[in-house]
Design a protein around this ligand. Structure first.
Ligand code: NAP
Length: 255
């Protein structure tokens, strides 16, 4: 993170914070001094690959022993959407760096729906351009649990963990779960792609980011989805969080 104020809760819990800009070699080198294990998480953006490469190179120079990247299951050479290519190229850079690595690759986040909380709350609707598409959605808390597991137990070096939530859901099924758990009708509005892009553009100021997100959603609309797998259970010894549980745990945000 660039400023320590966002990490006040962590700081209060006794975590040592090293704030700085990922585009500054000096800041990154200072943050990595004396670090054995590092986790690389950058938000999607045009600079993401450049920042990731800088971090990896500095990690190698600092003598970091294990590097974990939060990536995605679509980080594949043939997946040409910019977000997927960024993760793919970042993974390749890590694999060629000489560092021991682990890739944590969760599928579509349930928490993406927090961006729809306002209309769920005020209109009982959420607007997305997904058509009849579907996704085996993952709770970010499960992704965090996997990262913690990788950092604190042996045997993960050189492994890529692709994992999903428990069920492949259409967005109509997601609406039904919201309705059941919140005990009020919630409807999925299949918004046309151009209107959605214009709407999202009010919040995402980078055209690169807006285009990239809309391309991912277009991929889902055209029928791409990752089947649910049991990799999370194999690794963690418990079921992944259900969409019902995600909604229940965030009830206050949606009502
Ligand atoms: N959404 C999904 O469905 C999904 C699924 C699988 C994987 N992913 C991946 O998850 C990753 C995380 O995305 P996110 O949107 O959740 O990220 P985020 O939380 O918005 O950002 C992660 C961190 O990066 C920091 N950061 C950003 N730019 C920085 C810079 N120049 N210098 C230093 N720190 C900087 C941010 O700190 P500050 O901004 O506070 O400085 C923040 O702490 C992405 O790579 C995405 O592809 C997402």
């Amino acid at each position: 993170m660039r400023t320590a104020d966002k990490a006040a809760a962590l700081s209060a819990a006794g975590v040592e914070i090293a704030a700085g800009n990922g585009n500054s070699r000096t800041d990154v080198a200072a943050a990595l001094k004396g670090v054995d294990r590092a986790v690389l998480i950058y938000p999607n953006g045009e600079q993401q690959l450049e920042l990731a490469k800088l971090f990896v190179d500095q990690a190698a120079a600092a003598g970091v022993k294990d590097l974990v990247q939060l990536s995605s299951p679509e980080a594949l050479e043939h997946m040409k959407i910019p977000v997927h290519q960024t993760h793919y190229k970042s993974e390749q850079h890590i694999k060629q760096s000489g560092l021991a690595w682990t890739m944590v690759r969760p599928n579509f986040f349930m928490q993406n729906f927090l961006a729809n909380a306002h209309t769920i709350k005020t209109e009982g609707k959420f607007y997305l351009p997904m058509g009849d598409g579907r996704a085996a959605m993952t709770d970010t808390r499960d992704a965090a649990a996997v990262i913690a597991q990788v950092l604190t137990t042996p045997g993960h070096q050189g492994k890529s963990y692709d994992f999903t939530g428990p069920a492949v859901l259409t967005f109509t099924e997601v609406a039904a779960i919201f309705s059941k758990v919140l005990q009020k009708p919630v409807t999925y509005v299949n918004q046309d792609a151009d209107s959605y892009k214009a709407y999202l553009g009010q919040f995402l100021k980078s055209t690169w980011h807006n285009d990239a997100v809309c391309e991912i959603f277009g991929e889902i609309r055209r029928g791409y989805f990752m089947p649910a797998n049991d990799n999370f259970k194999q690794l963690m010894g418990r079921e992944p969080t259900s969409f019902e549980q995600f909604v229940a745990d965030h009830r206050a945000v949606f009502t």
